[in-house]
Every structure is written in C-alpha cells, then in structure tokens.
Design a protein around this ligand. Structure first.
Ligand SMILES: *Cc1c(COP(=O)(O)O)cnc(C)c1O
Length: 390
C-alpha cells in the first residue's frame, strides 16, 4: 500500500521566515525540536586543531553552510578564534561568505570557478582553485582583461579522480613558460581519499605523488590534509591544513577516541503517548509489532528533519534511559518505546535527546548507515536553533 504523505500542518509558524531565511520554529519553549549549536566548542576545536597542526597554518572549511550549522554564525566565530583562511565549495557560497566576513580573510573556492563565474569570483575577492586547464584559462583570461594579477590555488589529483590536474598534466602545464602568467599562485593543494584510515597505503602513495608536483613549485605553500589528514602526522600537514568536519565535532578517525569537543545537541518533543497490548503493529507498513504490553511516545521529528528513514536500531534518550525507535520513521514523526521509563515520567511536551551525550553525531550516522557529515548537512530547517557561546 502506498504510504500517505504526512504534510506539516500549515500555520503561522510555517509562514514566518526569520532573518536567517529559515522557517520560524517558534520559541524554544514550544518548538517541536531544538537544535543546540555550541559556537564555543567550535572555537575550541579550531584552536585545538591549530595547535595540533602547527607550525602549519590552520584554515577552516565552511562549505555547505558550515556543514549545515549556519556559516553566518560559525564563520565570524572562527575568524575571532584566529582563522584567516576559509574554504567554500562554490562561488555563490564564497560571495555570501565575503558579505559575512567582510574584507581581509582569504576565501578560497574548492570547486573552482565555472565558465562565466570568474568575474563574480574576482569582484568578491575570492581565490578559485584551478582544477583543470579550462579553469586556468578562464582565470588567466580575466586577469588579462582586468590587467592585473589574480590570486589562484593549483589543485593536483594525487589519486582520487575527482578534482584537480593529473600529476603528468600538471608537470606538462608547468613546463610552459607562461603557465601561470597573470596569476599569483598562493597554494598548491591535493586531497586524500582514505585519510580516515591511518593504515591505508593510499595515504603515503598520494603524498608521494603530491610531492613530485610540489617540488616543481618550491616557493609555493602546500596543503594536503583535511580533518583526518591532520592526524596522520606531521608529514601530511605541509604549510596549511583544511579541516571542516573536526571543527564541528565529527571524529577525525573512526577507530580512535574522538579528540574534538561535541558541537551539536538535538532534542525533539513528545506529542502523544499511548499504551498498547503486546502484538500491536506500529507505523507505516506495520513494519514492527510490539512484543510486550508497551507504552509508546510519538515524537515530532522525522526524515524531513534529517532523521534518516534508513536508520536501524535507532533510539532516543531520556534521563539516561534508552528509548528504541519502533517501526518506520515518518516524515514528521517517529514512535519510541518508552515502556522502560517509570509511568508518568514522560508525556506530551517532554523533550527527548536525539543527539546528545549518550549518542553523538557519529553514532547517529552509523545507525543510519552513513557518516556524520551527511547527518550534519541534512539537519532540518524547521528546528528551533539555539547558538551557545556566541
Ligand atoms: C570538504 C573538504 C575539506 C574538509 O574536509 P573534512 O573532512 O570535513 O575536514 C578539505 N578539502 C577539500 C578539498 C574538501 O573537499
């Protein structure tokens, strides 16, 4: 049977847009779900990574709206913590970030400038990563038209087949005397495919490939490591590191204790409770049936909020008690088994922990068969957001 869509009830709260262009979720006391973002923890994480990476310079990656946490709030905090180099993925993100940060900080665009966006890139003082000859040509063409040198970053594909010049392409390019005419090359960079696995031989292999090209540009600063790469050791840090995920509390190495401070907390509100006898089917498709007489709580968070429907063994927490998800996750709700709580402890209006001390972003991601990055960048747009430590 086709599942009926559960649309959100229209109302005042859905029609008001706040200054962040996010739906107004209402005051914290009544919001269906509360997302807490600890800006102080992000600043601490930045300082910890900078210390770890030193003497390399520590940049910050704030693409995808600072991994869903709000670049308008996060980037100024990073700047205040001493960050002078920011990376975004797209020119549009760079334009928005320049308006947030004002003049001064370096803003680099990882995907580079697509044809036609070079002028916007220059107008907002963004530094494009040059990933292939066409991007180099486009940026050089603009430099000629403007009759001034333009800053640029050269990316080498050291073994990921995603962005950047293949090593032999890069060497052939650099053999031409006018290869970088009109350009002020500020960085040569590459990106690791397997940095989260310290034992992978891919890491050393990519580093060796990167070194071959880097030696052709001895005066140009180099960058290879993102969050995980920083923890591969000093050989991988070069002159500048580019963490994103670790700033936001994601574990940089899957099999080691997480050295970063947790950044987000997510709580969702109980809307309804009920008691049901053993054998009662729950939710869409009757995918689950309770095995005992149970008390159930329906909670106002669903896959439209980034609680993945693929989650297996999902749970929320309340005062140290684990409350398993029963049946399928709906668009706007899910059902918890609250039988293990003393009767009367939980009712409509109570908030349960979805992401918190008992269950961090990485654990929530693992239960959904994904990574913390995807959980953060899917955080819902109708959460009431509370920024701490601004
Ligand atoms: C996203 C990205 C980063 C940041 O990666 P994290 O794993 O989040 O630290 C750094 N460099 C490049 C090229 C990226 O695409």
């Amino acid at each position: 049977m086709a599942a009926a869509h559960q649309g959100a009830a229209p109302g005042v709260a859905m029609s008001r847009i706040d200054r962040d262009h996010r739906p107004d979720a209402g005051p914290a006391g009544t919001a269906a779900a509360l997302l807490t973002i600890d800006l102080g923890a992000i600043a601490d994480n930045y300082r910890a990574l900078a210390l770890q990476a030193g003497p390399a310079v520590c940049a910050a990656v704030v693409k995808a709206d600072a991994y869903g946490l709000g670049a308008d709030r996060v980037a100024p905090v990073l700047a205040a913590a001493g960050c002078r180099h920011f990376f975004v993925a797209q020119v549009g993100e760079g334009v928005a970030l320049r308006a947030i940060l004002g003049p001064g900080p370096v803003i680099a665009v990882l995907n580079g400038a697509s044809p036609g966006s070079e002028a916007a890139c220059a107008a907002h003082d963004l530094v494009p990563v040059l990933n292939d000859r066409s991007q180099r040509d486009g940026w050089q063409g603009l430099a000629r038209r403007l009759d001034r040198r333009l800053p640029a970053i050269l990316q080498i594909d050291s073994g990921m087949a995603r962005f950047g010049f293949a090593p032999d392409e890069a060497c052939a390019l650099l053999d031409a005397p006018d290869a970088l005419a009109g350009l002020d090359l500020q960085l040569v960079m590459s990106h690791l495919a397997c940095a989260g696995e310290p034992d992978s031989p891919v890491n050393a292999a990519q580093r060796a490939v990167f070194e071959v090209v880097r030696r052709r540009l001895p005066a140009v600063p180099a960058s290879l490591a993102a969050s995980s790469g920083i923890f591969l050791g000093p050989d991988f840090r070069f002159d500048l590191v580019r963490p994103g995920a670790a700033l936001y509390g994601i574990a940089p190495q899957a099999d080691a204790p997480n050295p970063m401070r947790p950044v987000i907390g997510l709580r969702a509100r109980v809307m309804q409770t009920r008691s049901v006898p053993a054998g009662t089917p729950v939710g869409y498709g009757h995918a689950a049936t309770v095995g005992r007489d149970s008390r159930l709580a329906t909670v106002a968070i669903g896959y439209a909020d980034g609680f993945f429907r693929s989650t297996a063994g999902g749970a929320a927490w309340f005062g140290g008690t684990r409350l398993p998800v029963v049946g399928r996750v709906s668009m706007d709700s899910l059902v918890l088994d609250v039988t293990d709580l003393a009767p009367g402890t939980i009712g409509p209006g109570a908030l349960v922990d979805i992401i918190g001390p008992e269950r961090d972003v990485d654990a929530v991601a693992a239960a959904a068969g994904t990574i913390g990055y995807e959980v953060l960048t899917n955080l819902g747009h109708r959460f009431h957001r509370v920024y701490l430590g601004a």
